[in-house]
Design a binder for this molecule. Sequence first.
Ligand code: KG4
Ligand code: ZN
Length: 384
Amino acid sequence: MLLHLNAGAGEGNAPNVPLMKPLTVLGIETSCDETAAAVLRLDEDGRPNVISDIVLGQAAHHAPYKGVVPEIAARAHVEGLDGAIAAAMADAKLGFTDLDGVAATAGPGLIGGVMVGLLAGKAIALAHDKPLIGVNHLEGHALSPRLAPGGATFPYLLLLVSGGHCQFIAVMDVGVYRRYGSTMDDALGEAFDKLAKLLDLGFPGGPLVEKIAQNGDSKRFRLPRPLLGREGCDFSFAGLKTACAREAERLGPGITDQDKADLCASFQAAVLDIVADRTRNAMRMFDPVWGAKGRLVAAGGVAANQAIRSRLEALGEERGYDFVAPPLRWCTDNAAMIALAGAERLRLGFSDDLSFPARPRWPLDEEAARLRPSHVAGRKGAKA
Ligand code: KG4
Ligand code: ZN
């Protein structure tokens, strides 16, 4: 039997879970350019407590190349991970024997890095006879808004916007996900990063574009807003990216800091319009699921963008949705969200074999189909 309360009953801040034994889980995250380890305790009532949370960024390693270099990332994970895990355990004042499980990101991501983290998780699980949970990184992001005190209760409409993904997902419960729309080309974080690279702003690009945009004129450049006004909630950013490249080319080598600020501000204004339009449509798809008052949640690195958060919050007010986003440190990649996803799955009785593979690609809906086939419309028992 699946352990979950009536998904629609989650008004206020009560987590929708039954009473249970507390679970303490070590999380490991190495799927891109953050080497991270965290210890989380899921209390009897399902409330998550992040006991320790270590993130070693690799920006300095990748900055000279203006983007993440997979081989350099994997090597940096090898060098940093043992220390990150030791620090997370020391901060938590726990030994491995105190854990109820070890959760490691098993994909999707840069395969070298994923293998480093998953292998470390397997080694700890094997050496200390603990269950291993191979976590889908996207599930970590999807559940991350539940980390904050009074965080999101199920169900919620999730806008997952990161460097590799851009999609709307109805999050009904742990393992019960239905995708409404996704990007047809670039992820939103990728679009931010490419603009930063084009303007030679530095790495990682998203926060720099956001910062520079604050001093810019958002009306100076007339940029396209692909798919605006169209049905559905898919995204497309390729046309916007090309238009920015054309403007930068037109400005030529004499481009000034003010030109850059204006282009970033115009880009971000276009992004805000696109995100608002797409979110409105996604809400229309989600409304019948929820009923009276919905919850809109943003997660992933781009959800750290204050302008996007403000626009989504305003949209929520307009449409009668509560808006929830994780604190900034849990928007970008971290291990607390991996520990949470692992603990939630452990609570449902799931753990994985030591042969569990590292996967460069791993759609969240496929995971949903595997975990709870009966909850995923049209996918009963099917492998996506
Ligand atoms: O979730 P994340 O840390 O890694 C992935 O799973 O991809 O997201 C990283 C992405 C990068 O593209 C980064 O530029 C973007 O999130 N990002 C931002 C901001 N902070 C991070 N984009 C826009 N504004 C920000 N403040
Ligand atoms: Zn991520």
